[in-house]
Design a binder for this molecule. Structure first.
Ligand code: NAP
Length: 246
């Protein structure tokens, strides 16, 4: 089948590679925000489509037969455009999304709906590990009464004041390293998006072990679509669809 995979996550890369191995013609679409993205096999499309109608035209022009949304759970606009375009085209689609993290009974999480709300929760003097990526970090940067550690894959595109320190690292992260970092910098608060998955989950256990509070930004609500929670399940879904369409 000709399959369009929307990427921006490690799962999208694994899925595109798996689908190519199974003989599908795969195009992975990336927003183009990361300067040096990891690239999967198959074709690559970079950049937006100019909204839902542009996406509808792109799908039509390229004769795609199946669409997979493997974007990050916080890429709500893209996920909404994908559903709207598929409804308009009566095109089969699937969303691959990691299951959200859940707090344990002994965890101390505050649930918020935005980075602005997360920044408001911080007490003065907090030492904060911020793991929300390098975009939209302004509310954190503005908290000049706190020590802010921004961890991201690439450097934010702004000049940052001296109370903000950037740590450039790519997942996966190990529990021992997370705990060592939090202890060294006396982290009192961890700000995270509820991305789910194993690669970055060690920070949550580390926070529990060192007694840091977790401020968890919960996921935006997405329009309904068929969903699976792993690359393996997505591969099976596509195989079943391909067999029934043949
Ligand atoms: P967003 O707010 O949902 O999307 C904004 C616009 O960017 C979309 O309307 C679309 O432009 C374009 N776009 C987004 N994803 C695209 C894709 N995969 N291919 C082509 N165009 C895309 O998205 P975002 O939150 O800025 O995230 C951008 C990308 O980074 C996503 O692919 C996502 O998977 C990845 N990412 C996001 C986060 C996060 O926390 N948000 C974290 C890690 C990775 P048009 O309307 O012009 O088509």
């Amino acid at each position: 089948m000709r399959i369009l995979v929307f990427g921006g996550t490690g799962d999208a890369i694994d899925l595109a590679n798996g689908l190519v191995r199974h003989g599908h013609q795969v195009t992975t679409s990336l927003a183009g925000r990361t300067r040096k993205p990891r690239l999967p096999n198959g074709h690559i499309h970079k950049g937006g489509f100019g909204g839902t109608q542009g996406l509808v035209d792109f799908i039509n022009r390229n004769g795609f037969e199946f669409i997979v949304d493997a974007t990050h759970p916080f890429a709500a606009q893209m996920s909404t455009h994908i559903v709207d375009a598929c409804v308009e085209l009566n095109m089969p689609m699937l969303r691959v999304v990691r299951e959200a993290w859940q707090a344990n009974v002994d965890d101390d999480w505050q649930h918020v709906s935005s980075i602005e709300a997360a920044a408001k929760q911080l007490p003065s003097g907090a030492h904060v590990l911020v793991t929300v990526g390098r975009q939209h970090i302004e509310p954190m940067v503005l908290r000049d009464d706190c020590k802010i550690f921004i961890r991201a894959i690439e450097h934010p595109e702004v000049i940052l004041p001296s109370h903000v320190c950037v740590i450039l690292e790519r997942p996966p992260f190990r529990l021992s390293d997370e705990m060592a970092f939090m202890r060294e910098h006396e982290i009192t608060h961890l700000v995270s998006k509820n991305a789910g998955g194993d690669q970055t989950a060690a920070k949550l256990e580390a926070a529990r072990m060192v007694g840091a509070k977790v401020i968890m930004i919960e996921r935006p609500i997405l329009p309904e679509a068929p969903e699976v929670y792993s690359v393996a399940a997505a591969m099976q879904f596509v195989a079943d669809h391909s067999a029934s369409a043949a």
